[in-house]
Design a protein around this ligand. Structure first.
Ligand SMILES: [Zn+2]
Length: 136
């Protein structure tokens, strides 16, 4: 059970203007996506409920980028260019945190799973079916 207890993990962009905290267990599953933007940034997704994410500082340093369906809100630090978190198309009421920007000391295990974002609709449906199955 202790593996499921949520801890507060701290994260930041490269220059430190943007700082945040995310509540997540010590053992998490993260997604590596091959879509046009994630492939270029090397983004690793830790997707959390909105209330598990806390922007500590730097709202004024964030710029927003949208493309394609326009659903996802891609934030990046306008000073250093790093993308520490964003609002994903797969969970517009939550956040995807870039695990590469989080202090990894608080994690005992990170399973990185491939997400076929180039075929987004099929990949999203497959993940949803999988989690429905897991709930039984
Ligand atoms: Zn920055």
């Amino acid at each position: 059970m202790s593996a499921l207890r949520r801890l507060r993990h701290t994260g930041a962009c490269h220059c430190g203007a943007v700082r945040f905290e995310v509540e997540a267990p010590a053992e998490v599953e993260a997604l590596s996506c091959n879509c046009s933007i994630c492939a270029r940034t090397g983004y690793i997704h830790l997707i959390v409920e909105r209330q598990r994410f806390h922007l500590v500082q730097g709202a004024e340093a964030l710029a927003e980028y949208r493309f394609g369906s326009g659903t996802a809100r891609h934030y990046f630090c306008r000073i250093c260019g790093i993308k520490p978190f964003y609002v994903p198309r797969s969970k517009p009421d939550g956040y995807s945190v870039n695990l590469r920007c989080v202090d990894r000391g608080g994690f005992s295990r990170v399973d990185v799973v491939d997400f076929d974002g180039r075929n987004w609709e099929a990949a999203f449906a497959a993940r949803r079916a999988e989690s429905d199955g897991a709930r039984g």
